[in-house]
Design a protein around this ligand. Structure first.
Ligand code: GLU
Length: 460
């Protein structure tokens, strides 16, 4: 058996962090087993699906490096196939037309609630031997409903949660095709998972209640069941479910925010799955380890500080030549064009940065004027130190322009003026970089041109 997994986002918004994580698990599982990973776009909610969302989903998958072997497959391009299956089901008696109007359905539910019962479709259009169906009303477009087994349990051994049982009395004859002929999620998903030969389905546990219906439809079609793994939700830092209104941001927002895709994957992987105590690992390592075990049964909590820490580790480890283009992109957004100094700037500052945005903040000082705060100027650039700054500028005007010669010049000025390093380094940093906290001064100065340093020192 070839393992086949998929991710099936609905293009009704950006790719959620939860969906990205499920995509990662599905991808890693397929890769681990040498199987196939499929991307399917579930766009049957025509009113809410947008092309912009599709593009954002594709961009997010690409950014994360979650490559798929098949797809994107669009459900709206498969309507013919759904129609064909529905016809077969109508002919086989596993589906039927229901002519209830919305008002009738409301009244039905109202009455059930009044009796303290669960609101479920009462099966009034469901054919049965000897049953006389109501007369077909004029001008009412029917929906098509699935003949759900009225009794018995649906049980599956969930890859994440273990055995789950739901009784058929808890669920009703769901609508599989709307009045406009478009199939509903629970039906299209089954036809697709069947046609696309899905062997394993990882998805968010908000779908657990849909799974018994889907299993029943699979059985009605005589199709082989995939194995399901329902991954718990991601909670926000406030302990509430991440949602659009509560802190959930798109995957692409992390790209913009200066996170590296490999750090994001690492963080998402650990959010609900573990391999011993390993915190930092590559996606290749994950693929080697990810066999579907060690997925957490309980919700994971988003931890922005942890993600920032993971990102910082990846930034530190990333070769400067690879980091520089990412920082250049961040600088370009500020209208700054970087140059060949950028890899060296990255090398000098990356240890103190959690994101490429923070790295761009530092790098910007090399390409645009800086403005120190009044407080820093007052504290560090006082009258007493001006002669030393002027002496340093004099020295720097003629030294060979490299780090070692600049270091020697600074030392000489310190000796001649009888002052200690911080007394000179702090004001020079404030003038050159706009802040008193920077890496070693000689290294910073060497990354500027001599002219620029002399110009900035004149601001004393
Ligand atoms: N379109 C569904 C969603 O985005 C997919 C669920 C599934 O994987 O079956 O939640």
């Amino acid at each position: 058996m070839t393992v086949r997994t998929r991710i099936a986002p609905s293009p009704t918004g950006f790719l959620h962090l939860g969906t990205a994580r499920t995509a990662l698990y599905s991808w890693a599982y397929a890769r681990h087993h040498g199987g196939k990973f499929v991307l399917r776009i579930e766009d049957t909610d025509v009113a809410r699906s947008t092309q912009a969302s599709v593009e954002q989903i594709l961009a997010s998958m690409h950014w994360l490096g979650l490559d798929y072997d098949e797809g994107p497959i669009y459900q709206m391009q498969r309507l013919e196939r759904y129609r064909e299956v529905v016809e077969q089901m109508l002919a086989a008696g596993t589906a039927y037309r229901c002519y209830c109007t919305p008002t009738e359905l409301d009244e039905m539910k109202e009455a059930q609630r009044a009796r303290g019962e669960k609101a479920l479709y009462d099966g009034r259009w469901r054919p049965a031997p000897g049953k006389v169906l109501p007369p077909v009303p004029e001008g009412v477009a029917p929906v098509i409903r699935f003949c759900n087994p009225p009794e018995g349990d649906v049980t599956w051994d969930d890859l994440v949660k273990g055995p789950i049982t739901i009784n058929n009395r808890e669920i009703d004859d769901l609508i599989i095709v709307r009045t406009d002929g478009v199939p509903t999620y629970n039906f299209a998903v089954v036809v697709d998972d069947w046609d696309m030969g899905m062997t394993h389905v990882f998805r968010g546990d908000e779908h657990i209640n849909n799974t018994p219906w889907q299993i029943n439809i699979f059985r009605a079609l005589g199709a082989p069941l995939p194995q399901y793994g329902h991954v718990p939700v991601i909670l926000g830092e406030d302990g509430q479910k991440l949602s659009k209104r509560r802190g959930a941001v798109s995957v692409t927002a992390y790209d913009e925010g200066g996170y590296l895709p490999e750090a994001m994957l690492n963080y998402l992987a650990r959010l609900g799955w573990s391999h011993g105590d390993d915190e930092l690992f590559s996606s290749e390592q994950m693929v080697g380890w990810f066999d579907g075990s060690h997925l957490s049964k309980s919700p994971a909590q988003w931890d922005a500080a942890k993600l920032a820490w993971v990102n910082a580790q990846y930034i530190k480890a990333k070769p400067d030549a690879e980091l520089a283009p990412l920082v250049a992109t961040q600088l370009a957004k500020r209208g700054i064009t970087a140059d060949e100094r950028l890899p060296a700037i990255c090398a000098l500052f990356k240890d103190r940065c959690e994101t490429t945005v923070a790295l761009a903040d530092w790098a910007a000082a090399f390409y645009a004027d800086v403005k120190a705060s009044e407080a820093d100027r007052t504290q560090h650039v006082g009258d007493g130190i001006r002669p030393a700054i002027a002496a340093l500028a004099d020295k720097l005007a003629t030294v060979t322009w490299d780090k070692a010669s600049i270091a020697a010049a600074i030392k000489e000025v310190l000796g001649a003026q009888g002052i200690k390093m911080p007394a000179l380094a702090m004001p020079v940093r404030v003038l050159v970089m706009g802040t008193p906290q920077t890496p070693s001064l000689d290294a910073v100065l060497a990354l500027f041109s001599r002219e620029e340093i002399l110009k900035r020192l004149q601001e004393a």
